[in-house]
Design a protein around this ligand. Structure first.
Ligand SMILES: Nc1ncnc2c1ncn2[C@@H]1O[C@H](COP(=O)(O)OP(=O)(O)OP(=O)(O)O)[C@@H](O)[C@H]1O
Ligand SMILES: [Mg+2]
Length: 1028
């Protein structure tokens, strides 16, 4: 999705110039650049070379998401980007274990430094990291602001122009994590320290310190917060630049210094040096009559002595004198004002230049691999070259000469490497290759660097030879030696037309990138880079820790002449070329769209010039001469296989056969392509375009097809997954059920077995064989009992126990009964208790003895059958204090005639009393009551037997009660005669008085009949009851 969006967006012009139809046309080339630039597409490829146009505005293309998009993705599959180049180099390093370098070139302000920072950021973000690595990443990133502060300056071309060359190695461990780094610096433009052209500034650090430095820091350094106060900062008349915020940059730099590992002391000493350069600039001279210079600003010397940690007077002398050796004797020769000024400036440049080198070394220490187990030999490296671009000013001096020479060298390297690699590739793939004509700038490199004959050699010679050598003699020497060279010209050698635009003190070089006139003034001095010996001595005496490393004392005793600046530069460039040659290069060619640093302005003239001198057209020609497009078989097949039914969806055979089948199907003509050993080469972009277009069309139908089959596939796999899950769940559940069933069956079998065994052993004492059975029997009996317990005391039912439990059962039954009784007893009232006690007594007396007893059982006994109002008050009066316990109406039968008379029977605490209306007819003391007789039949007759000795008594009393059971029970209780009640069968004898006896005969009949029989007995017929 993302990718297609990118490609779609990038369909402005072509994203690779190789695909330009009209590849020889510069117009078409620039038109493509313009089209893309207008759409903010600042990157375009020429094969693997990245062309970048400075947009002069922030584009939203450097976010983390962008980085992710380019990470690990094939170079050609995403739109051109500096990240693609970075990633490609990184992956080549990782997979091929070959050191890489990214060469960034272009003129001042074209965006080289920015590009190199983007590369570094890309690695910092996307590469794997550990804790240690994080600090390395931070330091790598933070080295930039520090180096830029000390090495960059505002120039007319670029507000942040790098005034030194920089090559940085990033070292990676075998896991691909950055673990260290190393920086090489080239030729700092020291002259800027003492002089700036109009509209330019000194190095950023001076302004940052003055604008941003804390008050007490400035006080310590003896500085004022006003850049206008310093001679070295006013030359260009440009203290403020709108795009630069010195104050906030100061904070950034100060922080970066600590991240890199500078201690506070080191920072202080570094700033002492920076401040001392400013003070040096303010050292002013006056001239005496004799012309000898003297210092007019003594305060500066004071500050300088302190800041540089040197002896003030020695410094003062050294700034105004020169030590010369004449006839073996050392003499101090005074300087004139001009000489003194240049000696002072030389010192400033030397101090600043050496301090800058020290700074780079210090950063290198901090970036150096710390892990001993890991030496730089087995680290893989990506080098990053950000070096000053080709420069042409109104007035070009020694610095421009060096810088442009450097660019010649890089161009040389570029030509060699691109051509070489192209050639190697064809060779390796077995493709015949026809060499392409291109301008080889070796001739210019030779003009500059050749031994003895080269410009640098001639310059050195002039510097070293005794006598009055001067810049002009140098120019003449050049005319003599290289005057005939096709790429060299001077005023003298030029034709009339050219002479008009050349000064007499200039020489012209026809660089690959264009013509440049160099003014020879200052060449000798700058090449000599002379610092008077006595000044050097002073500096070597310094106690400042940084300066002691910058000015080593051995230098004073070393008699060997130091190498000239140009030679040093030449040698370091040769070394750099060696380094770069040993690595696999990637190129970033930066183009500046206009001179006004403006966004959106595409200055065609300026750009055409850069396209030309960067050799981009040649680059393209070389690339196109052979085959516009090449791709490894697997990549080609992977991308286009959908265009041929034989290769879609997969090709099983050899890759080359697959590609061959594919291109034949696509209708490639034999001259359009060649098959190498591992790559296909396509000659014309048209062919590739047609294929790409076909792919675009195919993509839509493929997408629909893919969607459909994907949907089908995903639905199917979803369904399959569901089904599978269902089956799985079913199987599990069935398993669980089956296991449960089996378990239960096993248990059942076990139970049955135990049961049977138990049954067989049931009569034995408890033993393992029968304990289950016995327990079960016990349990089931108890359960049965639990369910069938008798509910009332009268309920006599009880489950039949097995023989083994009969004893326990009996106990339980008793317990149960007791419990019921107890429970019952607890609930009964005292009245009821009383009732029951009486009933008990009745039962004891009559149960199974008298026929009408059963009828009496359900009828409750009453307290009394006659109340106070039923009894005559006189009777009650006669009873006196005697309490009446029971009263009942009775019938009395005379002893003689058996006449029935109604009477009342009263029971008191001590006697039975027979009452006739108002009279107490007879009172029988309980002690005189011998016994009571009743029949066993259902009648109510009873006889009270009275003691005969008692004369008052007239004999036994025959009575009849309708409530005979109740009445007799009461009498028995009151008189305590329970055992004295006789129940007779047939007849009762009783005493009639004076020894006479009466008899009552009982028979049963249909109804109650009481009468005197003929034999003089009282005959009683008691009704027969059903129950009997
Ligand atoms: N990719 C970019 N996106 C936005 N702005 C950019 C980009 N590249 C460069 N610039 C702008 O252009 C200015 C100059 O770029 P840079 O300092 O990288 O140039 P240079 O090629 O290093 O020049 P010199 O040779 O002078 O050091 C930057 O300060 C920045 O404002
Ligand atoms: Mg730069």
């Amino acid at each position: 999705m993302m990718e297609s969006a990118l490609t779609a967006r990038d369909r402005v012009g072509v994203q690779d110039f190789v695909l330009l139809e009209n590849h020889t046309s510069e117009v078409a080339f620039i038109e493509n650049l313009r089209k893309r630039f207008k759409e903010n597409l600042i990157y375009t490829y020429i094969g693997s070379v990245l062309v970048s146009v400075n947009p002069y505005k922030d584009l939203e293309i450097y976010t983390k998401q962008h980085m992710e998009r380019y990470r690990g993705v094939n170079f050609y599959e995403v739109s051109p980007h500096i990240y693609a180049v970075s990633d490609n180099a990184y992956r080549s390093m990782r997979t091929e274990r070959r050191d890489q370098c990214i060469l960034i070139s272009g003129e001042s302000g074209a965006g080289k430094t920015e590009a190199s920072k983007k590369v570094l950021q890309y690695y910092a973000v996307t590469c794997p990291a550990s804790d240690h690595v994080q600090t390395v990443k931070d330091r790598l990133l933070q080295s930039n602001p520090v180096l830029e502060a000390f090495g960059n300056a505002k120039t007319l071309r670029n507000d942040n122009s790098s005034r030194f060359g920089k090559y940085m190695d990033i070292q990676f461990d075998f896991k691909g994590a950055p673990v260290g780094g190393h920086i090489l610096n080239y030729l700092l433009e020291k002259s800027r320290v003492v002089h700036q052209s109009h509209g330019e500034r000194n190095f950023h650090i001076f302004y940052q310190l003055i604008e941003g430095g804390e008050e007490d820091l400035l006080r310590r350094l003896g500085l004022e917060r006003n850049t206008q106060q310093y001679q070295y900062l006013v030359k260009g008349n440009c203290p403020k630049v709108s795009s630069i915020n010195d104050r906030s940059d100061w904070k950034v730099v100060r922080k970066a210094l600590s991240v890199i590992g500078f201690s506070d002391d080191e920072v202080e000493e570094l700033l002492n040096i920076i401040a001392s350069v400013l003070h040096l600039g303010n050292v002013q001279y006056g001239g005496e009559d004799s012309g000898n210079a003297y210092i007019t600003t003594d305060t500066q010397i004071k500050y300088l002595a302190r800041l540089l940690d040197v002896d003030g007077s020695v410094l003062k002398e050294a700034l105004t004198h020169k030590k010369i050796t004449a006839k073996g004797e050392e003499l101090m020769s005074p300087l004139n004002q001009e000489q003194a000024s240049s000696a002072r400036d030389a010192l400033s440049k030397a101090i600043y230049g050496r301090t800058f080198t020290w700074l780079v070394n210090k950063i290198n220490d901090s970036l150096a691999l710390k892990d001993d187990s890991f030496n730089s030999k087995n680290a893989s490296v990506i080098g990053l070259l950000d070096i000053y671009g080709f420069e042409v000013f109104q007035n070009n001096s020694f610095e421009q000469f060096c810088i442009n020479y450097c660019n010649e060298k890089l161009q040389q390297l570029f030509i060699e490497l691109t051509l070489k690699s192209e050639q190697e590739e064809y060779e390796a793939e077995g493709i015949t290759w026809e060499p392409v004509q291109y301008f080889n700038n070796k001739i210019i490199c030779d003009l500059v660097e050749e031994k003895f004959k080269g410009i640098i050699s001639i310059l050195d010679e002039e510097c070293l030879r005794p006598g009055d050598a001067s810049d002009i003699t140098f120019l003449e020497k050049l005319e003599d030696t290289v005057g005939g060279h096709a790429h060299f010209l001077t005023h003298k050698l030029a034709d009339g037309k050219t002479r008009k635009v050349m000064g007499r003190d200039e020489f012209r070089l026809l660089h690959y990138a264009g013509e440049v006139n160099y003014n020879v003034n200052g060449f000798l001095d700058k090449n000599n880079d002379l610092l008077f010996r006595n000044l050097k001595e002073v500096m070597c005496m310094s106690e400042n820790k940084i300066l002691t490393q910058c000015f080593e004392r051995e230098e004073l005793t070393d008699k060997k002449r130091p190498e000239t600046t140009a030679t040093q530069f030449k040698n370091s460039l040769a070394k750099l070329m060696e380094i770069l040659m040993s690595k696999e290069p990637s190129y970033v060619r930066c183009i500046k769209p206009n001179d006004a640093k403006q966004a959106g302005r595409f200055d065609e003239v300026l750009i055409r010039h850069q396209v030309k001198y960067l050799g981009l057209m040649e680059n393209l020609r070389v690339r196109r001469a052979g085959f516009a497009y090449r791709r490894r078989y697997e990549v080609f097949l992977q991308r286009y296989k959908s265009l041929c039914p034989d290769t879609w969806p997969n090709w099983d055979g050899r890759l080359v056969d697959g590609v061959s089948t594919l291109v034949k199907h696509l209708g490639y003509k034999p001259e359009e392509y060649k098959l190498g050993r591992s790559k296909i080469f396509i000659r014309f972009p048209k062919t590739l375009f047609a294929t790409e277009d076909a792919l675009e069309v195919q993509k839509h139908s493929l997408a629909t097809m893919l969607q459909a089959s994907w949907k089908g596939y995903s639905q199917k796999s979803k369904y399959r997954k569901l089904k599978h899950s269902a089956i799985l769940i079913q199987a599990w559940w069935r398993g669980i059920l089956a296991r449960r069933r089996a378990q239960r069956r096993r248990q059942a079998v076990e139970t049955i077995r135990r049961f049977i065994k138990g049954f067989m052993y049931r009569h034995q004492p408890r033993c393992p064989e029968n304990e289950y059975f016995l327990d079960y029997v016990r349990y089931s009996f108890l359960m049965k009992l639990h369910r069938n317990l008798p509910k009332t005391v009268l309920d006599k039912s009880w489950p039949t126990p097995s023989p083994a439990l009969s004893e326990a059962s009996e106990h339980l039954r008793k317990l149960c009964m007791q419990n019921m009784v107890w429970k019952y007893c607890k609930t009964i009232s005292p009245e009821w208790k009383h009732q029951l006690e009486q009933k008990m007594v009745a039962s004891e007396i009559f149960k199974d003895k008298k026929d009408n007893y059963p009828q009496s059982v359900p009828k409750l006994f009453v307290g009394t059958r006659l109340n106070g109002e039923d009894i005559n008050p006189k009777v009650l009066q006669a009873l006196g204090s005697e309490k009446m316990k029971y009263a009942v109406p009775v019938t009395k039968y005379d002893r003689k005639g058996y006449k029935a008379r109604a009477r009342q029977l009263l029971l008191t605490g001590s006697s039975v009393i027979i009452v006739e209306d108002t009279k107490l007819k007879q009172s029988i003391d309980y002690s005189a009551l011998k016994g009571i007789s009743v029949s066993s039949l259902s009648d109510g007759m009873f006889v009270l037997h009275v003691t005969c000795e008692d004369n008052k008594q007239k004999g036994d009393v025959v009575l009849q009660s309708d409530h005979v059971i109740e009445t007799l029970t009461k009498v028995a209780i009151c008189a305590e005669k329970i055992n004295n009640i006789n129940i007779n069968q047939g007849s009762i004898k009783f005493t009639v008085g004076q020894g006479k006896e009466g008899i009552i005969d009982f028979t049963s009949g249909s109804e109650l009949l009481i009468s005197k029989a003929k034999n003089g007995h009282l005959s009683v017929t008691a009704p027969r009851l059903n129950s009997r």
